[in-house]
Design a binder for this molecule. Sequence first.
Ligand code: S3P
Length: 442
Amino acid sequence: MQISLSGSVSAPGDKSISHRALILGALAEGTTKITGLLEGDDILHTANAMRSFGVRVTRQGAVEGAGAGAWQVEGCGARGFSAPDAPINFGNAGTGARLILGAAAGFNLDVSYCGDESLSSRPMSRVLTPLREMGAIFMARGDKLPLSQKPSAVPEGKNALSPISFTPPHASAQVKSCILLAGLQACGTTIVHEKRLTRDHTENMLEAFGVQVNRETIGSGQKVSINGPAHLCSTTINVPGDPSSAAFLIAGALIVPGSDITVKNVMMNPTRTGLFNVLTQMGAYLRADNVRRSGGETIADFHVKHSNLFGVIVPPERAASMIDEYPILAVISAFAKGKTVMKGLDELRVKESDRLFGTYQLLTDNGVDAQIDGDDLIVRGGIVAGGGVVKTHHDHRIAMSALILGLGAQQKISIDDESMIATSFPNFFDLMASLGANIERL
Ligand code: S3P
C-alpha cells in the first residue's frame, strides 16, 4: 500500500508555452532568451525543427530542477526560414506539428514533414484545409503525416499567402495558433473566430514579441485577428509551470490518504484551470498560495491534501479549459463518492491516442466502474482493485494516469510502456519519488 505523499516540488515548464517560445523566437529578429523551457522530447523536436530552418537554437544551461533549461534562439527575422536539407520530424508532438506547419507555410519552401506512429494517425486536415485556403501547397495522403510543403508559384518578392477569416469547426488552440502564425506572413488581416475560447498563449506571446493582436470577446468565444506581414522583435520568456503536468502530482496527493504536498510555480491562466475548478467543486483541499505574476502569466504554489471527494457533472463547456486533464480527472473520480459525468469529450478521440477509449480501458481493466455514453465518460467511484497491465497506446497522459491510479489501488498497476512520459514530463519519476511515491521502474 502506498504511504502518504509529502514535500514540495516545482511543476515542470509548460509544454504549450515552451513550443511557442521556440517558434516565435525563431521567427523574430534578434536573440530571444528562454528560461524554464521544458526539455521534454516534444519540445526537443520543435527545437530541432527550428534548427533545420536555419535558426540557431542553443541550450545555455540547466535551471533549478531537472527537465528545464535556459535556452537562446537567434531568430531569422526578415531573412525568413530557409529550406531544410532533410525531413522535419515532429516526433509525438501534435502541437509542434500544427504550429510549425502554420509558421512555415508563408515561406516558399520545399519541406517534408514526418512524425511517429501516433502522430501519423492524427488528423492534419484541420490545419491543412485553412492553410491551403491561404494559398499554401501541401501534398499529403489522407491529409496525415508524412506530408510535404511545396513552394508556391508566386513572383519573387510577393507574399505566398493571402489572409483568411476562419471559424475552426473544433475548439482547438492548435488550429487557431496555426492560422495566426501563418497570418504573420500574409498580406492583410487574418481572422480566427472561436466559438469557445481556447488557451490564449499564442495571442499573449505574439504581443510579447511586439505584434498587435486584436481580440474581441463574443459570448464564450472570441474574434482574434492580426495584420500581416508582421515583424516580431526578440524578447525574454520565463516559462511557467505546466498545470497539465501539475495535475498528476495533485491527483496523487488527493487520492492517497494522509498526503500533504505543495506544487510550486503552477500557471493559473484561466484558459487552463478547468480541472482545478472541478476539483474544488468535488471537495478537494486545493489552495493557491503565493499568487503572483511572472512572465506575463499568473502563477501560484498549490497546497494539496488528501480529500474526501464526491462526484460531479462536468459540462461540455469546460472541455477547452481542461482538455488534457480528463484521463487524470477520471482517475481521481474513481476515488470519489458517487458518479462523475464528464460530458462532450469527442476531441479526446484524436489526441495522442483515442483517449476516451484509453481512459475507459485503463479504469475498467483495474476494476473501476466506468462507461462511455456517446461522447460522455461516466465513472462511479469506490474502492479501486487495480491489478491490471494498462495499454498506454503511445500516450504519455494515459501512462501517467495509470501510474497515479496505481498509487491509490489495492493491488499494483503496471503499464506496458513508460517511454512516452518523457514527451511532456521528463522528470516525472524523480518528482514522484521525491514526494514518496512508490513507483517501481522495471
Ligand atoms: C495545445 C492545445 C490542445 C492540447 C495540446 C496542447 C496547444 O490541443 O490538447 O496538448 O498547445 O495549443 P487542441 O488544440 O487540439 O485541443
